[in-house]
Design a protein around this ligand. Structure first.
Ligand code: SAH
Length: 365
């Protein structure tokens, strides 16, 4: 049992079972033992690999997206480029390099990184040491400056805690993390049903909600109402809200029991893009998408960028570039899953903004 497992068991023995989102927040964010607080989880030797770590092309295309979006928003003379959960800082490094195509954008730019992990903050500082722009770190969005902003969040929302409700004869009961007869962490149900959830479903159905994600999207969307701002969310998830659970724990690229070693495994859930788009709309913003990551990157010019890189590449490098394109933009790469279809891109902007790059239309629910 991990150090955090012991702390959680003691807390439950003392205070009773806890909601799944509380458990997830502690497992990922506990100051001393939380998963993200103690390690760099990325890469072949880590627990998972993300798009910016697969290829520089990903961050570069998002850099071009940011430049074009800024221009479509009227090219404000000051703009905060905000990244939520920047990981190793790789996306931002590649983005800033590509953004050099526009001197005006670079001159307007201030970078703000929202990150809770000390280990990853350090990695970002090293990665961005040579950046020619000012970079400020924040542990929450509350301290971000007002004014025009472009938000980028890649594989960030999937790390935000979810709650589960299970349909029973009495109604929807919240799933709680408690202790079994042997004192081990185990799932159970709240004794009372939730009066506020009235969805019709068969007994045993599961509803997965992320109140934290909804709130964060609402806060970001409210800034759109002030104008000249936009946000881009890329993550794996579903286009329609539905029943079913998607919580998964990953350790060294393998799925493990989410309760087995809290703090040692990454915990994530699929992002409910429909719910995010509804929250954004309700807060006065205009949503675009979601579209698949494959469509989004192709529309931004992934194939052309790959061609340009291959012109200067060795044969081995050219193969790597082709493989990266396949991993980023298609559904399958040999026997392995690609990111092209499971991952989606959603953007939001003020109501009067034109269609943003990579999207075909406004999707106000
Ligand atoms: N965007 C990066 C990293 C994704 S992993 C990439 O694509 O490679 C999730 C990131 O979000 C990590 O940097 C993690 O430390 C950070 N994070 C997780 N929960 C957070 C929270 N509540 N607030 C801020 N950052 C958080």
């Amino acid at each position: 049992m991990s150090a955090l497992g012991k702390i959680l068991r003691e807390s439950i023995a003392h205070d009773g079972p806890m909601p799944l989102d509380t458990f997830m927040a502690v497992a990922l964010g506990h100051t001393r033992h939380g998963y993200y607080m103690t390690r760099d989880p990325f890469g072949a030797a880590g627990d998972f690999i993300t798009a910016p770590e697969i290829s520089q092309m990903f961050g570069e295309l998002i850099g071009l997206w940011a430049v074009e979006t800024w221009a479509l928003l009227g090219g404000p003379s000051r703009v905060s480029l905000v990244e939520l959960g920047p990981g190793r800082g790789t996306l931002m490094r590649d983005l800033l390099r590509a953004a050099r195509v526009s001197n005006e954008f670079c001159a307007a730019l201030e970078v703000h990184l929202v990150e809770t992990s000390p280990v990853l903050t350090q990695a970002q500082k090293e990665q961005l040491a040579q950046a020619a722009v000012s970079v400020t770190w924040h542990t929450s969005i509350d301290s971000l400056p007002d004014g025009p902003a472009i938000f980028i969040a890649n594989e960030f929302f999937d790390a935000l805690p979810v709650r589960h409700y299970v349909k029973t004869a009495e109604g929807w009961r919240q799933r709680l993390v408690g202790l079994d007869a042997n004192g081990a962490l185990s799932f159970g149900l709240a004794s009372e049903a939730e009066a506020l959830i009235t969805a019709e479903a068969q007994d045993g159905s599961i509803l997965e909600l992320s109140p934290v994600s909804q709130l964060l999207m609402t806060q970001i969307a409210r800034r759109m109402a002030q104008g000249q701002s936009a946000a881009l969310v890329i993550d794996y998830g579903h286009v329609e809200t539905g029943f079913g659970e998607t919580l998964q724990a990953l350790s060294q690229h393998r799925r493990v029991d989410p309760l087995a070693e809290p703090g040692e495994a990454d915990l994530t859930a699929h992002v409910d893009f429909a719910a995010l788009a509804r929250a954004a709309s309700a807060a006065g913003a205009q949503p675009f998408g979601p579209v698949t990551q494959g469509e989004f990157l192709m529309r931004l010019g992934l194939a052309q960028r790959a061609q340009a890189l291959k012109r200067k590449a060795t044969d081995a490098q050219a193969l790597d570039i082709d493989l990266a394109v396949a991993r980023l933009a298609t559904e399958r790469v040999g026997a392995a899953p690609g990111m092209g279809r499971l991952f989606k891109a959603l953007a939001i902007a003020p109501l009067d903004a034109p269609i943003l790059p990579g999207f075909l239309r406004n999707t106000t629910p």
